[in-house]
Design a protein. Structure first.
Length: 507
């Protein structure tokens, strides 16, 4: 098997072949490192790396296979960790100049679980500053380019992970999601992103522990790969009051779902989110192509009320909680997105906060009514085609100005407000020949069911040219794109010393 064929295998198949000794962890790591060296300069997805440590771990993993030991789920799989998650002895910058020299002395809960499952952490993946926004660019590492066109946006905030998966640099990558950060980059890059129900994966660094809008979750090239990683992430932990006990092994494979039995509701805009005309047309074509697969496929009206204002308030208050020290002491080192969210939060009243929680509750209850008649709700993951990474965000649609840097992401944060689990599934291309993502939303706490349904859809879509997952042309990514680094103003300090505890400001 060539190295190109090896790195293109699914993580499930890689893990199977490691267990049967058809491939070795060392061989796999070498192939991934070679692909990173060849392709990463064109997309700038992988940031800080720990190659020497990864090689030692790969050799240890290979020795364990030879000894016939019981192997954990991710044994020997090269892995990328989103650069919002603390990694022991590995630079963790959050995409911020404030932390360009921060090397944690510990792994956070999720990273520790992934390592315990046998993953070999190779490096970090790029993000926007503190994960704010859906354009993975920051002054420390630069911008991440889209694998289908490096001058376009890879999405965010898990854009580095999505691009690394799409280009076969790494088979396993982590992500997180508040307003769409697992789903948006998955859609833009043609991979799978899963926003699980709050509490499924313990979130140690959430400043407001009782607020469910921010979650951690898995990404992958297909749904089975997502399930494999998800099973290692889930479970209760004392750091997260929303987490609860469950059986991780129950999620290691997609649940069996009969696609022909599903009653599916669809919406073009999830009740009023901005969706450009060309995406609406593309979505209608997809609906027509997939209708024969389901028992029924009906258009529904979704009542999201004043979801924009509701999300504005809840998001701003979370920024107020998290970034007070940074804003007070180092405002000049913060980017415009962080400042805007913080200052909005500072202007809000207790009455605003109470209203937002009441409105979110109303939105949640209204959305659950749909599932009395349907098993799934589907719609476009993103209302726009990927745009240039030099453009910070979408400012207007059809001549109408959008409110903030994230309002163009409303198709995702409307779903965030419900707490329902949601998958972004690759679904062919849009009118610009860029990947199109289908957002598949399951019933409340129906994580296993929605993953199973997405897997069944994925299998059915494989042979349909309108619905099948697109693949980037790797041969066109062998030429570096220096412009991606042109926005770096505070480069990382790669020789920084290890810190002992959490980052200042309790990130």
């Amino acid at each position: 098997m060539s190295k190109e064929e090896l790195v293109s295998l699914s993580s499930v198949e890689m893990r199977r072949r490691i267990g049967t000794k058809e491939i070795s962890p060392v061989e796999l790591l070498d192939a991934c490192l070679e692909r990173i060296e060849e392709v990463n300069p064109a997309v700038n997805a992988v940031t800080a790396m720990c190659v020497d440590r990864a090689r030692k771990e790969a050799k240890a993993a290979e020795a364990a296979v030879r000894r016939g030991e019981d192997l954990p789920l991710l044994h020997g799989l090269p892995t990328g960790i989103k650069d919002l998650e603390e990694t022991k002895d590995l630079l963790t910058t959050y995409g911020s100049p404030l932390y360009r020299d921060y090397v944690p002395g510990y792994d956070n809960v999720m990273v520790g679980r992934v390592r315990a499952a046998g993953a070999i952490v190779v490096g970090k993946t790029n993000v926007p500053e503190f994960g704010a926004g859906s354009n993975s660019r920051n002054p420390v590492w630069g911008a991440t380019g889209n694998p289908f066109n490096p001058m376009l946006n890879a999405g965010g905030s898990s854009g580095g992970s999505a691009a690394a998966l799409a280009t076969d640099m790494l088979p396993v990558c982590t992500g997180s999601d508040t307003g769409g950060s697992l789903r948006n980059p998955a859609a833009f890059c043609g991979v799978v992103g899963f926003r699980p129900s709050p509490g499924m994966v313990a979130v140690e660094r959430r400043a407001m522990g009782w607020t469910p809008i921010s979650v951690l979750g898995p990404m992958g090239r297909n749904v089975a790969d997502v399930c494999l990683l998800f099973a290692t992430q889930v479970g209760q932990h004392d750091s997260d009051p929303l987490s609860f006990p469950l059986e991780p092994e129950a999620y290691a494979e997609p649940w069996p779902v009969d696609l022909g039995s599903l009653r599916v509701a669809y919406t073009e805009d999830f009740g009023g989110a901005p969706v450009e005309k060309s995406i609406r047309q593309t979505f209608r074509e997809k609906i027509k192509a997939m209708k024969p697969f389901f028992r029924s496929l009906d258009k529904v009206d979704v009542d999201y009320g004043d979801a924009d204002r509701c999300f504005d308030v809840i998001r701003a208050v979370s920024f107020l909680s998290r970034y007070q020290d940074a804003y007070t002491n180092n405002r000049e080192m913060l980017g415009p997105n962080i400042i805007a969210n913080y200052e909005l939060g500072a202007k809000l009243s207790l009455a605003d906060f109470a209203w937002a929680h009441g409105e979110q509750t109303r939105i949640f209850r209204a959305f659950q009514e749909i599932y009395k008649e349907y098993d799934l709700v589907i719609g476009p993951t993103v209302g726009f085609s990927p745009f240039p990474w030099k453009q910070l965000y979408i400012e207007e649609m059809d001549g109408k100005k959008l409110g903030t840097y994230y309002h163009w992401m409303a198709t995702k944060y409307f779903v965030t407000l419900t707490s329902n689990p949601a998958v972004s599934l690759p679904c062919g291309v849009d009118g610009n020949k860029m990947p199109f993502g289908l957002q598949v939303v399951g019933r409340f706490r129906g994580d296993g069911e929605v993953l199973g349904a997405a897997h069944a859809m994925e299998q059915a879509f494989k042979t349909n040219p309108v619905l099948a997952r697109p693949l980037p042309n790797i041969a066109k990514l062998h030429k570096p794109v220096p412009a991606l680094k042109s926005i770096v103003t505070h480069p990382p300090k790669l020789n920084a010393k290890v810190a002992r505890g959490p980052a200042p400001g309790a990130l």
